[in-house]
Design a protein around this ligand. Sequence first.
Ligand SMILES: [Fe+2]
Length: 271
Amino acid sequence: MAGWTSDDARPLSRESLTALFDNEIPAIRIPAFAAPGECCAFADAMRQCTPRVVQGATEHSAPAFTGQPIVFIGLTQYEFKYRPMSDYLDAADASRAEVAPVLAAAFDPVERLMARLAPLSNGEVGIAQEPGGRRYSSTIIRNSNAGLSLHADFAPYQAPQLTVSACDAQLAWNFYAEVPAGPGGHTTIHNAPWHWQRGTAGEIAENYPLDPADVAGAESFTFRPEEGEVVLFNSRNPHEVFRVEDPGPKDRIGLATFIGRMPSGALHLWS
Ligand SMILES: [Fe+2]
């Protein structure tokens, strides 16, 4: 596989955005994406919500693998990968009301990021939707103190029922509102893009967990999030989040979505 042209994350620019989609650089970091007061308001509002807790593993995961608990509000399509599309779309509508109090108390990171990306993109930037116009979910706000096992995310493999499965590359981005002092809580990205072959029409790839042997010997990039920053990376690269060892008074709280680069050059966001 081709090596990254940089050891380190790059600032956001038209060039770095293209390079990240093309997996030429490990990450893009946007420091001070939010002001300290916005971060506090965001994290405090999240703590006022009643989150759901799901176990990362599903009945389709490897035997004996339980995964870390994911504590969140909002929605991920991951939970709906084996369910009818209408269930996901209905839940997406409901999830917008669920996250609204947090966005109202602080700010809307999705809108802010889309505004930053629009002048850098070769096409429109917007929330992904069905051909009929129903919008996908575009927000998950979670406490990731427990970490996340090695996995990759790529809609053409995992979500053939979504319009974004036509994307030619996919990024994940996280806004970090609150970060414990640690140790732990860091993220490692491995330059070993996930490859999988569909056996039968409509087959859905399992991505959680991936085998550590898949990334053995690959170059990697590790970062510890800073409060207020956004970090984007190519989610087809296997990545893992290490458990926060001693959170203390703070939690690892952030918002995430995916960004698919469509054949037209448009950037479509979903979660
Ligand atoms: Fe991921």
